[in-house]
Write a new protein. Structure first.
Length: 389
């Protein structure tokens, strides 16, 4: 890739470990695939990084042109001003300084980022991280009141993008196009699944993984990974696990991740006297998550909504049987009776039965339909669709 064909990613993350979730994961996959052909504009959680100007920063031993729009405290999960609003205002404020780097190709994955750059006249690739309206399930009570207005503005501006990718299945893409009320008529949205690092997420020996993590050898381990937020269905999963315990008395439920509902989950575990049955690990890196996956007997996911769920892809890539609720792309990841089961109704008893059925599947389960979406093919797949200038 020539110097004139570099890509500028603008995202509300530090591109290392904050904030956790699908946006960060995909940005890090881009870093892994494109390396220093990228320039990064985002935020910093380091005291040493300058703010408001371009500088050189090493991430994973690769040096990048980096622009930090703000310094953030990574310990706070909910702030007075929503991150989306902060991101929009920061991009508007620093827009000229960011664009002064002279890169014409811009990759965006947040709606408010596109709104802030809608008249910049650059070659924009916009990638939907999820196809739902993000404000409908906002952790701020007033978010839902602005949801329709926000999405209407976004749909009116998305025409500036040269390429539109959708990290969701065809049904989710079509539902999003219907919500645009004609604003996206004639525009193609390319189905573009999230990617996984298959050098990390692959089947490994269960006993060795348990020994590494100091987990009990004889327990039946149920695992979930990801953000600890209500829309991930943590209460539903815990309630379903309590039903599952009636049939699997030696089961242990491990929840890997962090999020705004951490304290609520701890309280709910305590109220139900499950402290010896449910383990909250906090944030873990990719290699540790892969170890937890390989140490587990069953992976569960109880989300109300998803885009193309990377966490579920990682579980299947490790050969772990899965049981999940019905959300976008789940039918393309779970092959029922082969690598897991999908429970269409949000019923704890039915989900527990699905867990029992999935637990009977032999590890490692079929995963080649997932491993084809490896990070080592991301660069090629994007450039097949996106003509850089």
């Amino acid at each position: 890739m020539g110097t004139g064909e570099r890509i500028l990613i603008i995202d509300f993350s530090n591109y290392e470990d904050f904030p956790i979730g699908g946006y960060l994961t995909f940005a890090r996959n881009m870093i892994s695939s494109f390396g220093s052909d990228l320039a990064l504009a985002g935020i910093t959680t380091s005291r040493n990084d300058p703010v408001g100007r371009w500088f050189k920063k090493k991430i994973n031993n690769v040096e990048f042109d980096f622009f930090a729009m703000a310094r953030y405290d990574s310990t706070k999960t909910k702030k007075i001003i929503p991150d989306r609003l902060v991101n929009y205002l920061l991009i508007k404020y620093y827009r000229k300084r960011i664009l002064d780097i002279g890169i014409n190709n811009i990759f965006l994955q947040r709606q408010e980022s596109l709104l802030a750059l809608s008249d910049c006249k650059r070659n924009i690739c916009y990638s939907f991280a999820g196809l739902d309206n993000p404000l409908v399930n906002s952790k701020y009570s007033y978010g839902g009141l602005m949801a329709h207005w926000f999405e209407d503005r976004f749909f009116k501006k998305i025409g500036v993008a040269s390429l539109i990718l959708g990290r969701g299945d065809e049904k989710a893409i079509q539902n999003m196009l219907l919500r645009s009320n004609g604003s996206m008529t004639g525009r193609e949205v390319i189905k573009f699944p999230t990617r996984i690092d298959t050098t990390i997420f692959k089947p490994c020996d269960r006993d060795k993984a348990r020994l590494k993590l100091n987990l009990p050898e004889g327990a039946f381990i149920v695992l979930t990974t990801g953000r600890l937020a209500w829309w991930k269905g943590w209460k539903f999963m815990i309630d379903s696990f309590m039903e599952f315990l009636k049939q699997s008395h030696n089961a242990l439920f491990i929840m890997v991740g962090e999020g705004e509902d951490y304290d609520k989950i701890k309280l709910y575990i305590s109220e139900n006297k499950l402290a010896d049955r449910i383990l909250l690990t906090g944030r873990k890196g990719g290699e540790e998550i892969a170890s937890y996956l390989n140490a587990s007997d069953l992976y569960i996911m109880g989300s109300y909504k998803e885009g193309w769920p990377t966490a579920l892809m990682e579980a299947v890539a490790c050969g772990v049987p899965v049981c999940a609720t019905d959300f976008s792309a789940v039918d393309e990841i779970i092959i029922e009776g082969v690598n897991g089961y999908i429970v269409r109704n949000r019923d704890e008893h039915q989900f527990a039965e699905g867990m029992v059925r999935a637990a009977r599947l032999q590890k490692p389960v079929k995963n080649d339909h997932v491993t084809r979406y490896s990070t080592d093919r991301l660069k090629e797949d994007i450039l097949n669709h996106w003509q850089l200038i």
